[in-house]
Design a binder for this molecule. Structure first.
Ligand SMILES: Cc1cc2nc3c(=O)[nH]c(=O)nc-3n(C[C@H](O)[C@H](O)[C@H](O)COP(=O)(O)OP(=O)(O)OC[C@H]3O[C@@H](n4cnc5c(N)ncnc54)[C@H](O)[C@@H]3O)c2cc1C
Length: 288
């Protein structure tokens, strides 16, 4: 399939990209790695008249530690996330998640910013960002504003991005040393989106869970932060009854579609299974 015609723009600063997007209006779309946008254009589900390529803007491809946060530039590729020793040391669940996204070729071009800004409930990074308590820096003509990943997703392909704004960086509070983590994803084959997936980050002290956070992928129109399920875990030894109750609470907030990945009831149950597995792995990994 061949996309419709479009004009291609390649600004070199965030300011000029934002100005262009605002000037061109809703006929324009930012282009990052292109691995969600271009397939949509090829099937004519999207037909932007202007593509504003963010690839020549300096400073958007970076990973750094700033105080108690790691900051990842929006144009950082999944490949770079996987190969960052800083992220492997400080927030290893990012690598674990990036490794189950699509395939190596797509990860080589696909960006973390595109994955988070896209608004597709099938994307894996958004639920992880909710689990980690990340915030997004959105840049418009008026400057920067911070929006929590937990507030960013409004519906399928509907986000808090205002016209002309771009996501420029992702700030992630560094989880405590010794935290446990797990990202578990059920997919039909390599390169598939999730039937259901769960991200878990916990801390333990003397056998008791002292903090927990859970995100769920592709079981609703938006990624889900399972706050009640996490609350149930805190203060417990992660005994069977408590884990059962947390899994039930997580399943209760899912509203998946019945589609080629299975009926809604099955996908809800698989979200529970993924949560159980991710939690089991997080518990083994928690070292305090
Ligand atoms: C075969 C296949 C399998 C895949 N499997 C998975 C999977 O299992 N899990 C998964 O998570 N993803 C999967 N993907 C999607 C892939 O990860 C994409 O790379 C990702 O969703 C979008 O990132 P991108 O950089 O390619 O963005 P693009 O495709 O360039 O952009 C996506 C959307 O976000 C907007 N956008 C991009 N960057 C910004 C920004 N900085 N600010 C504001 N708006 C922006 C664009 O305008 C567009 O609307 C798959 C893709 C393919 C083709």
């Amino acid at each position: 399939m061949i996309p419709g015609t479009f004009d291609y723009h390649r600004p070199t600063t965030v300011e000029s990209a934002v100005a262009l997007l605002l000037q061109l209006g809703e006929d324009a779309r930012p282009l990052a790695g292109g691995h969600s946008l271009i397939p949509l254009m090829k099937t004519r589900l999207a037909a932007p008249e202007h593509l504003v390529d963010l690839g020549a803007i300096e400073g958007l491809h970076r990973v750094e530690r700033i105080g108690d946060d790691v900051v990842i530039g929006a144009m950082t590729t999944q490949h770079s996330v996987i190969n960052s020793s800083l992220l492997a040391d400080l927030v290893p669940i990012l690598r674990e998640t990036a490794l189950v996204i699509a395939d190596p070729q797509i990860r080589y071009k696909g960006t973390i910013g595109g994955n988070c800004a896209n608004g597709d409930p099938g994307n894996d990074m958004p639920a992880l960002m909710q689990c980690l308590g990340a915030s997004y820096t959105l840049t418009g003509t008026g400057g920067n504003r911070q929006v929590s990943a937990r507030d960013f997703y409004l519906g399928a392909y509907e986000t808090a991005l205002a016209p002309g704004e771009i996501l420029t960086e992702i700030r992630i509070p560094i989880p405590p040393t010794g935290h446990g983590y797990g990202y578990e994803k059920l997919k039909r084959k390599v390169g598939d989106y999730a039937t259901a997936a769960a991200a878990v980050v916990i801390t333990m002290a003397a056998g008791t869970c002292t903090s927990a956070s859970i995100g769920l992928t592709n079981v609703s129109e938006t990624p889900l932060w399972a706050a009640e399920a996490a609350r149930i875990l805190v203060g417990s030894t992660l005994d069977v009854a408590t884990v059962d109750a947390a899994v039930a609470a997580a399943e209760a907030i899912t509203t998946p579609a019945s589609d080629m990945r299975g009926p809604a009831e099955y996908r809800t149950k698989m979200a529970g299974v993924m949560l159980r597995r991710a939690l089991g792995r997080a518990r083994v990994r928690a070292t305090v």
